[in-house]
Design a protein around this ligand. Sequence first.
Ligand SMILES: NC(=O)c1ccc[n+]([C@@H]2O[C@H](COP(=O)([O-])OP(=O)(O)OC[C@H]3O[C@@H](n4cnc5c(N)ncnc54)[C@H](O)[C@@H]3O)[C@@H](O)[C@H]2O)c1
Length: 321
Amino acid sequence: MRIGLIGAGAVAPYYATAARELGFELAAVCDVNEDAARAVAPEGAAVFGDHRELYASGTVDAVIVNTPHALHAPMMVEAAEAGLHTLVEKPMAISLEECDRMMQAAAEHSTTLMIGHIQHYMPDKLAAAAAIAEGEIGQPILLRDYRTTDYRPGGRSGWFFSKLIAGGGALMNIGAHCVDRTMWLAGSWTSAVSANTVGRHDAGVETDGMLHLQLQNGSTASITIVSDAPEYSDELVIVGESGVIVADPNRGTRSHVEGYTRTLWEPEGDPVEAAFTAELSDFAAAIAGVQPSVSVEHARHVVEVVLAAYQAAEAGQPVAL
Ligand SMILES: NC(=O)c1ccc[n+]([C@@H]2O[C@H](COP(=O)([O-])OP(=O)(O)OC[C@H]3O[C@@H](n4cnc5c(N)ncnc54)[C@H](O)[C@@H]3O)[C@@H](O)[C@H]2O)c1
């Protein structure tokens, strides 16, 4: 499979390494900043400054859309029209209309569309998912997700602070991961959302937020995203009918049942790189016809929940889905 990577920013090196590890050919890299594209492109790969030229070049069979959020939908739709399979970074898009257009384009042109919800490939979360599937803690009932980030301007690309381009702030970006993983591990979509957000650092978008998700199966998830906290946290606590699992990519995954703790996964190597490799491998399998770990419907629902959270925060009351 010849892959083209569009967007040679912070995430791009993970994809380049994943392609190398899997023996896939990263045949082209595209970025409006061609120097950035050149820095990521392996020897012999083509470099483009315009994604349409990449699509027309015939150098690739599939593309990874790894660009600012508002570009996900238009770049994906044009790729499908060019007959290219697409792996699109999260969030799928910034509106449900765009999500629908993407799904329609993939169907119309018989191309594969997969959304890169990396959490489904993180080893700490996979260990939790496997233990839940084996009945280790019974049905998950309460989930608490606490994730820190840094939304001070200057700390990341400027477009993250434009609601028009990013679709929101910390909730659309980091919150999308938390919404995705809590629903996945609880085994249910969301029926109602309440939320509160705070905009600090003169960022122009929300920098912090708390979400309460009422899930369709009766479980609930509480998600807290805090910018510029004294300590980094990426901890997911899952309370089930008969035990608790705590998953953290930096501290490991443990279950605790009736006074006994069991280690389900211990940190080793770079879990994030391992996850990108597993995600790219899943994309290749999806092109070959295997059902990917994350459905596009699930990815669309993540966008739906984040947008409902903005609505709930604005209205000061829960929003039903
Ligand atoms: N999976 C994860 O863990 C993870 C982590 C961080 C970011 N992300 C997601 O990855 C995507 C990219 O984020 P990032 O942090 O790499 O952003 P970034 O700003 O570092 O990189 C984006 C790149 O896109 C390029 N670009 C902008 N417009 C373009 C255009 N029209 N054509 C070609 N290139 C263009 C920019 O020049 C830049 O190099 C986003 O969707 C983000 O939410 C995912």
